[in-house]
Design a protein around this ligand. Structure first.
Ligand code: GNR
Ligand code: NI
Length: 170
């Protein structure tokens, strides 16, 4: 297993729309394990392949307390079940380190995906798991949680992260 490098906002590669995965070969299986390792190492609850500069539709999630319930989703698709019921949650992102902002999203969703073994997955989610799954699938479409913030807030985050990046290079 190997740790992968995570792209940091405002890296434009985070805006790439990922391609569907045609066949789940060994490179995809290895990538999913490396993504899980990278997610756990960063104390994250989810990670999309986009964040490690692989533009394929693959996400990993683990919202369990014990960090022992990994979920790997190939070509995940989200369906909103109830547009009325929203949830406000303080979101963070491994690609936006150090920033947490309250974001409002639909609470109840259905996910269709393929498992890493190639089987069909259908699941319903609400609460934190629903939020994280929507956050991950957004990454595959080149979207990020900062897009939901005001321009002023997003520019402030952008400037701070660019400054940190510059500092590290000295
Ligand atoms: O680790 C993460 N925590 C989190 C908290 C609230 C809402 C979404 C997330 S996902 C994030 C990891 C990440 O960046 N996934 O893309
Ligand atoms: Ni993220």
């Amino acid at each position: 297993m190997s740790l992968l490098k995570i792209l940091i906002f405002p890296d434009t590669r985070l805006r790439t729309v990922a391609d569907p995965i045609g066949s789940i070969d060994n490179s995809i299986k290895k990538l999913s394990q490396d993504m899980l390792e990278t997610m756990y190492a960063g104390n994250g609850v989810g990670l999309a392949a986009t964040q490690v500069n692989i533009h394929k539709r693959l996400v990993v999630v683990d919202v369990s307390e014990e960090k022992n319930d990994p979920l790997i989703l190939v070509n995940p698709e989200v369906e909103i079940l109830n547009f009325e019921k929203n949830k406000i949650y303080a979101e963070g992102c491994l690609s936006v380190p150090g920033f947490y902002e309250e974001i409002e999203r639909p609470n109840m969703i259905k996910i269709k995906a393929t498992s890493i073994e190639g089987k069909k997955i259908n699941l319903k989610a609400e609460g934190m798991k629903s939020i994280v799954l929507q956050h991950e699938i957004d990454h595959l479409d080149g979207k990020m949680f900062v897009d939901f913030l005001s321009n002023v807030k997003r520019q402030r985050i952008r400037q701070k992260l660019l400054k940190q990046k510059k500092k590290k290079k000295i």
